[in-house]
Design a protein around this ligand. Sequence first.
Ligand code: ADP
Length: 248
Amino acid sequence: EQASNSVLYLDGVSVSFDGFKALNSLSLVLKPGEMRAIIGPNGAGKTTMMDVITGKTRPDEGEIYFDGAVDLTRLDEADIAELGIGRKFQKPTVFESQTVLDNLELALKTPRGPFATLFHRSSAQERARIDTLLEQIRLTGRRDELAANLSHGQKQWLEIGMLLAQDPKLMLVDEPAAGMTDAETAETATMLKEINKTRSVVVVEHDMTFVRDLGVKVTVLHEGSVLAEGALDHVSADPRVVEVYLGR
Ligand code: ADP
């Protein structure tokens, strides 16, 4: 079965709010190690899709499986996070009055779930892990800076680092490039490609330059289901996709 060969498998997922179908029989398959970009106009269902995967919203219909055989529709948000699905929301929520280092230490000490507390890292291991994280998020030179003094883009990176500290198998990232400079946007694409070497990633993004930089398969959502899927050049040449974007 296809679900058993996927890190994430959605089939026929529907969600209604007061009779309005925010998701309408949505299907999506992510292979282990894959990174996927999700695009689509406002109201297409991108946020609701992230919400049903993370257990924030329960689907009315359909199947959602993680890591082959784990039925996510039966689990709550905390259980799903513990299984290794990490989500980065659009707005960074770092601790502004703490340093970059403090933020990462805090994230490392925050268990993903009750079993994570069984691991006792030595301080040497923890320092090595933090050094690696700082390099991954391009903040090695700013480790002792207060988070409040970082640029908006750097705060996004710090939050990505805090998520990485939890070592999720699947990372869901909501509009990471929003509000970033062009240079930060390009760096973020490179960063996510590096991160994707060790885990699966789903990125919701509006910035087409960024999506192009990622160079991964794109899924276009519209009215709660998949309108088109494939390489960015392929889907952006699809007349239905053009109509959905230009028709608004
Ligand atoms: P996107 O993230 O692609 O912009 P959303 O998933 O936020 O789309 O929304 C899809 C549709 O569902 C929108 O029309 C939105 O108004 C509606 N919607 C989302 N969440 C709720 C909710 N909690 N209650 C009512 N309607 C909602």
